[in-house]
Design a protein around this ligand. Structure first.
Ligand code: NI
Length: 189
């Protein structure tokens, strides 16, 4: 398994709409294993393939992340939201592709999601709490949507501007702009 590089703002690739996974072959299995390792190393609670530069509809999630509980890695392929609750919930979200930013975002509090697992089997889950937030955040990534898109225009512009500036600075200084060694918000996805 390999830790892959997570792409960050202002990378345009984050806006790509990912393609369905046609066949769960060795490449997809390797990608899923690498993504889990990359997510745990970050650390984060979710990661979409586009965040490591692969425009495929695949994501990994583990919202357990507590020392006492065993890890609960999930590989989710070609997810589809079948139902969203009218009830909403607000969570402070972070994103591994938008380091050091955390903002309160309102989303439906429950979702039902259909997907394929690594064996190609159809699965359906009903999620609430942090898992519901994480699934919606990651599925958004597959459609080129970022959590900052839910903020006011001004707030979003300020965040993007900050990343554009630091990418320019890094380029001037000849540094790799994708390097995000800084501290991550506690629960980034
Ligand atoms: Ni994210």
């Amino acid at each position: 398994m390999t830790i892959r590089k997570i792409i960050t703002l202002p990378a345009r690739k984050l806006r790509a709409v990912s393609e369905p996974v046609a066949a769960i072959d060795e490449d997809i299995k390797t990608l899923a294993a690498d993504m889990l390792e990359t997510m745990y190393a970050a650390p984060g609670i979710g990661l979409a393939a586009i965040q490591v530069g692969v425009a495929k509809r695949l994501l990994v999630v583990d919202v357990v992340r507590s020392e006492e509980e065993p890890p609960n890695p999930m590989v989710i392929i070609n997810p589809e939201i079948l139902w969203k609750s009218d009830e909403k919930a607000v969570y402070k979200e972070g994103c591994l592709s938008i380091p050091e930013v955390a903002e309160e975002i309102e989303r439906p509090s429950k979702v039902r999601v259909k997907y394929q697992d690594l064996d190609g089997k159809e699965q359906e889950i009903e999620a609430d709490g942090l898992l519901a937030v994480c699934l919606q955040h990651e599925i958004d990534h597959l459609n080129g949507v970022l959590f900052i898109d839910y903020l006011s225009k001004l707030k979003k512009a300020m965040i993007i501007n900050k990343f554009v500036k630091s990418a320019k600075r890094a380029k001037r200084e000849g540094k790799d702009s994708g390097d995000s060694a800084g501290k991550e918000p506690e629960r980034s996805a």
